[in-house]
Design a protein around this ligand. Structure first.
Ligand code: TMP
Length: 237
């Protein structure tokens, strides 16, 4: 598939047109940002690792019946996906208190929840991606009630699949962020990526953070954490 015109450049990926109208080529970058782009840096090798990890996760999800945009890997850091019209919503699933939820609700990081917590964020960089509820999404016209129900059901299914996979790889799936969109023929599917940029993975035995929090919080050994997740996931898929 020929790499066509650059359609969009985000913080961590570039998206190119292909010779097919309904297929896009995603190229993962080593660039890392945090706090809505205020902190910037590079995580050497991240693009290749996130591409291959995300592909491994999407393959497992497809095999488990979760519809996704994933088509095929075409290079170390490039993948073909179905073109989607994205819902302007980030769906976060949390199994363990951490990050913004721990701060917002005054919880210590590390407490396991008795059931997963699903949150919606309005994807608006200029507003800092605010937390919203279903009513907000509906009155803003971000999604229909049916879409919200479908998205939450798929997000919980993703949680089930990923939790099992991560556990086999000796990691705890603390939380993660998903994005959904509609294909050209109207199917609602999972899009974007699943990687240490968009998830929290903690070592099951030691609690060590093996994700982008190492970059966000200046914990050091950032590249090593991404490599470690990649190594462990390759062993279980
Ligand atoms: P949070 O605790 O900062 O709200 O993050 C929740 C999860 O969402 C965590 O796994 C990291 C992921 N995430 C993103 O993928 N993109 C973002 O911009 C943010 C803030 C979080």
């Amino acid at each position: 598939m020929v790499r066509g015109e650059l359609l969009y450049e985000g913080k961590a990926k570039r998206v190119y047109q292909t010779e097919r109208d309904d297929v896009l080529l995603v190229s993962y970058k080593d660039d890392a940002t945090a706090f809505n782009g205020q902190k910037r840096g590079t995580i050497v090798g991240k693009g290749a690792i996130n591409n291959q990890l995300s592909n491994a996760f999407f393959r497992q999800l497809e095999a488990s019946g979760v519809p996704t945009h994933w088509l095929e890997a075409v290079g170390e850091r490039e993948t073909l996906v179905r073109r989607l019209t994205m819902l302007p919503i980030e769906v976060v699933v949390r199994n363990v208190a951490a990050g913004s939820l721990a701060s917002r609700l005054g919880l210590e990081e590390g407490g396991r929840f008795p059931r997963p917590v699903v949150e919606l964020y309005y994807k608006r960089d200029d507003l800092g991606d605010p937390l919203i509820n279903d009513d907000h999404a509906l009155v803003l016209g971000l999604a229909t009630a049916e879409e919200l129900a479908a998205v939450k059901q798929m997000a919980l299914q993703v949680n089930e699949v990923l939790q099992g996979l991560l556990e086999r790889a000796g990691m705890l799936l603390v939380d993660f962020k998903l994005e959904f969109g509609r294909t050209v023929d109207g199917q609602l599917v999972l899009g974007d990526e699943i990687s240490p940029d968009t998830c929290r993975f903690w070592d099951l035995a030691t609690g060590e953070r093996l994700d982008k929090d190492r970059f966000r919080r200046d914990l050091g050994r950032v590249e090593e954490a991404y490599q470690e997740v990649f190594r462990r996931i390759q062993e279980v898929v």
